[in-house]
Design a protein around this ligand. Structure first.
Ligand SMILES: O=C1O[C@H](COP(=O)(O)O)[C@@H](O)[C@H](O)[C@H]1O
Length: 221
């Protein structure tokens, strides 16, 4: 794991956006398209704001979520809503968005087929909760062992922590297989959680499943 500490969150968001933009450009020089998986939640919005205005060959970038909450796409807690409002606009409106929910009435294998051409992910940006969950792989979820297993399907329906809505999430093999992995976190609580996760089993700290290959970006505020 590589840990980069920034003087403040604003500097971190700018430099992470810059790094992702460079990786997208590099990826596009060798391939027809780049697959970029990004988290939802409260942390990555400023990175999305910066990236959306960056001059890139967005029409060759395929964007997908690391996980989605089982709420309507216009719901306040929808990760897709966050993406549409903060990333898939301005210059990045030209990107192809790969939705992480099955079409109405369609089976999960249709979603797996949609995601398959995006694998391995070119670039993975993950968030992490203070409970050490990443994507929607939560400690204590009944589906966690299956979702972390080498033979897990690429996307699964899972339970989240108590009181939260069920989720759809990319699974362990997809996250571990990404060609470039970044984790974006802020605050002292998440920094302490990261230190715990470095020594923990992924069943207790799901983020641990990617840490050996990740660059973690942290700022206090
Ligand atoms: O529920 C989720 O949580 C994590 C972390 O979110 P944050 O609000 O603490 O930044 C996020 O990465 C994930 O995509 C989201 O669905």
């Amino acid at each position: 794991m590589k840990l980069i500490e920034y003087p403040d969150a604003e500097a971190m968001m700018m430099q992470v956006a810059d790094r992702l933009a460079s990786e997208i450009t590099m990826g596009l020089s060798g391939h027809g398209h780049v697959s970029l998986a990004v988290p939802g939640g409260s942390t990555p919005g400023p990175v999305f704001d910066i990236l959306s205005g960056t001059d890139l060959a967005w029409d060759r970038v395929h964007v997908l979520l690391t996980d989605e909450r089982r709420v309507p796409p216009d719901h306040d807690r929808s990760n897709e809503r966050l993406l549409r409002e903060r990333l898939l606009r301005d210059r990045a409106a030209a990107a192809q968005f790969i939705r992480l929910v099955p079409d109405e009435g369609a089976a999960m294998d249709t979603l797996e087929a949609r995601i398959a051409p995006e694998l391995p992910l070119s670039i993975l940006l993950l968030g992490m909760g203070a409970d050490m969950h990443c994507a929607s792989l939560f400690p204590g979820a009944p589906q966690l062992a299956r979702a972390l297993a080498e033979d897990a399907p690429p996307v699964m329906e899972v339970d989240a922590a108590e009181g939260l809505e069920p989720r759809l999430t990319l699974t362990g093999p997809v996250l571990r297989g990404a060609m470039s992995t970044h984790v974006l976190i802020t605050g002292d609580d998440k920094r302490a959680a990261l230190e715990t996760a470095r020594r923990a089993d992924p069943m207790e700290a799901p983020i641990a499943t990617v840490l050996d290959r990740a660059t973690v970006h942290w700022a206090r505020e």
